[in-house]
Design a protein around this ligand. Structure first.
Ligand code: ADP
Ligand code: MG
Length: 693
């Protein structure tokens, strides 16, 4: 156990110049801990000294040089530019390189002729004269402190994210002296000894921190970063695991059902459940039968048939004498579900209530009748209806694809402990489900009901719109319908994006005399529903829309989708949009328009042409954007992860989870002082609350 107090002020550390301490203090970096935990965002390998001649190159290089001349120069109105002419130390005498610092005349006080420097920067060639503007430099001889090891150059150099007036050099100097000062075991380990983990054998928290700042080798740096990432994921998993245990402790209903309703329902369906649907349903029913509250995510690509599975789950709740509640993110979707429920569930003798915006406003009065219906369907606003929620045996939350899953689930937990089934069509890469949905069990429908229906996707330059229009017209003449999607509602001066409103006028003309509808987010819910109804009923041949159609809408007769400015969309979102077609018996066509010479997007979107497997697309997205980005949304509310990019490393995440589970088994209250920060503060009170209901 170390007895070093990292909370001590930097003044306790020998060697940090006063001006460095002052500049750090201004930005609140005043203790050793502040410096130790200000981790580098990346590193530059400045080990290799270039002993060859100076040479212009787009990549920076590192040189050991002697200053042969230096002076302030004044050009025009500038504040004065400091220039130093240098030569390679110990070789290639005669070849000159000019170092130039704009507006930094005070450098004449620190640099002088005869000094030896290590410099690092990009050498440019201007008409045969070589120069570096604002090189990183370090005085190694002639500066009065000749014995000092290099801090900024000649090593794998840490690069920090800066804030305020702090400079790289100031932070690096401070970090250097702090680590010189600290003993090898300056901090206790957070992780339990990861015994048998070959990679981390002998690694400690203190060593990892030291390596991450001033690495001895690239290999050691990589291990240290992974060790710290493991620590971070471990902390995250500790929280998740505690939440999970708390929920299980809370106690729920055991809903075993009689099987009668389900049998009739399945017998009346015009199709058989796929194997994947059946497996997911079994998992759900198993959870519902158990006394612990279910908290499960049903995860399946667009069109994988989640709704039927949800209905089957709801029947089990009703068989068990409870009510089932289903929520959708939009009114349109809620009405769509209510229609399906009316078609499939009312024949079983069940009462289905749709709670629309209006009935809700007037609805408080008929709460009793609401509580008597077998099934209540509405928007997510239902979540806030405490009585309804605590009365329900099962709550289904549909298309919760904006990631706030854990928060939603928590909200429900606050008031009661019904079984909860969350459904999402966002194909979260398998590597990430563990992290994003750490406290949910995950069922994945990884199979599509009708493999026969194909969606042909093409990426095209916008100049091909006329051809696409002709194609759309042909399809409409064969009795089909189409979507035309725009990324924005109104033309904005700043954003050069096609606008739905303007697009509607254009397409109405282009497709005349066919009927073209317009749907966007600024319409009232009633207007939106009216437009959707007309489209569904075939009154509109085509529908110009913004991304409001992104989620869940099911119009099987629509077989064409033209997406404008597709370059503005993420892959996952395009996949969602595309899921609106290919839902009937007919081959469907999706055209992604990009700017004519936009090679970057041509490349990025190529995957959309190659596959309609949402998981493959999600993996591709992950590769391009990095999991930190993908997870960015998921984590709203939680601090962003420092090592987010390592989240795709399933092995590391799994290891973190194992270690967290082990820790909680050995020490359920996290009594070890190092774990204090991860103790679940709400644990006891929530349990008490749950018991009172
Ligand atoms: P999503 O998972 O995107 O919500 P839906 O539940 O809307 O998918 O289902 C898409 C379509 O597939 C619906 O029209 C539904 O009736 C149909 N469907 C669902 N399961 C099957 C199945 N096993 N066989 C054939 N069609 C199915
Ligand atoms: Mg759906």
């Amino acid at each position: 156990m170390s007895n070093i107090n990292l909370a001590l002020a930097l003044a306790a550390v020998p060697g940090i110049p006063a001006h460095v301490m002052r500049s750090l203090a201004k930005e609140g970096v005043s203790t050793m801990a502040d410096v130790v935990w200000h981790l580098p965002s990346r590193h530059e390998d400045r080990r290799r000294m270039d002993v060859m001649a100076f040479q212009a190159s787009p990549t920076p290089s590192c040189h050991h040089v002697i200053v042969t001349k230096c002076a302030n120069k004044f050009f025009g109105r500038g504040k004065g530019t400091f220039e130093a002419v240098v030569q390679q130390a110990g070789g290639m005498l005669g070849q000159q390189l000019t170092l130039r610092w704009w507006n930094m005349p005070w450098l004449s006080k620190s640099l002088a002729e005869g000094m030896e420097l290590i410099i690092y920067g990009v050498i440019k060639d201007f008409k045969g004269r070589l120069s570096i503007v604002h090189p990183e430099y370090e005085i190694i001889k002639g500066g009065g402190d000749d014995e000092a090891a290099t801090i900024h150059t000649g090593r794998i150099t840490p690069i920090y994210r800066l804030r305020g007036g702090i400079t790289q050099k100031a932070l690096r100097v401070a970090a250097w002296h702090v680590f010189q000062h600290l003993p090898p075991d300056f901090i206790d380990d957070l992780l339990p000894k990861p015994s048998g983990q070959g990679e981390f054998a002998g690694m400690t928290r203190a060593k990892a921190l030291r390596e991450v700042h001033f690495a001895g080798s690239n290999e050691a740096l990589a291990v240290a970063r992974r060790y710290l990432a493991l620590e971070e994921f471990y902390g995250y998993q500790l929280r998740v695991a505690q939440r999970r245990r708390r929920m299980l402790d809370a106690g729920g209903r055991s809903q075993k059902g009689t099987g009668e309703l389900l049998r009739d329902f399945l017998a009346d369906l015009p199709f058989q459940l796929t194997e994947a649907q059946q497996r997911c349903l079994d998992e759900i029913h198993r959870d519902m039968a158990s006394a612990a509250p279910m908290n499960r995510l049903l995860h399946g690509d667009v069109g994988s048939g989640k709704t039927v599975v949800a209905f089957a789950a709801m029947l089990r709740a009703i068989e068990s004498g409870a009510q089932a509640v289903m929520m959708a993110p939009t009114q349109i979707l809620a009405e769509q579900h209510a229609r399906s429920a009316a078609k499939w569930l009312e024949p079983l003798g069940l009462s289905v209530r749709l709670l629309t915006g209006q009935t809700r406003l007037a609805g408080l009065a008929d709460q009793p009748s609401l509580l008597k219906s077998d099934i209540v369907i509405g928007t997510h606003a239902l979540l806030f209806d405490k009585e309804l929620i605590s009365n329900a045996g099962l709550i289904v939350i549909d298309e919760q694809h904006k990631f706030g899953v854990a928060q939603r689930a928590k909200l429900i937990r606050k008031s009661a402990t019904p079984d909860v089934l969350v459904m999402t069509a966002t194909p979260i890469p398998r590597t990430l489900t563990l992290t994003v949905y750490g406290d949910l069990d995950v069922s994945t429908i990884d199979q599509r009901p009708r493999d026969g229906v194909k969606i042909v996707t093409k990426v095209r330059g916008r100049s091909k719109q006329a051809e696409a229009a002709k194609f759309l017209r042909d399809q409409i003449e064969e009795g089909r319908q189409g979507y035309i999607v725009y990324p924005l509602i109104e033309e904005s001066e700043k954003v050069d994006a096609g606008a739905a409103v303007k697009g509607h006028a254009e397409w109405s003309k282009r497709l005349a005399p066919l009927e073209v509808g317009l749907l966007h987010g600024k319409l009232s819910p009633e207007e939106k529903e009216h437009v959707m109804k007309r489209f569904r009923d075939g009154k509109f041949d085509a529908l110009v829309s913004t991304t409001v159609i992104e989620v869940g809408i099911d119009v099987p007769n629509a077989t064409v989708m033209l997406i404008h400015d597709a370059g503005r969309f993420g892959l996952a979102q395009l996949h969602q949009l595309r899921g609106r077609i290919g839902r009937g018996a007919h081959t469907s066509y999706c055209v992604l328009f990009i700017d004519d010479k936009d090679d970057e997007n041509l490349q990025r979107l190529a995957i959309m042409e190659q596959t309609s497997d949402g998981f493959q697309i999600a993996e591709e997205d992950l590769k391009r954007r990095g999991p930190g980005d993908v997870l960015g949304h998921a984590q709203s509310g939680e601090a962003p992860l420092l090592f987010g990019e390592l989240l795709a490393d399933t092995r590391l995440v799994r290891l973190a989870r194992q270690l967290a589970d082990k820790t909680l088994e050995d020490d359920p209250t996290l009594s070890r002082p190092a774990l204090a920060a991860f103790r679940d503060p709400s644990g006891t009170s929530d349990k008490a609350q749950a018991m009172m209901q």
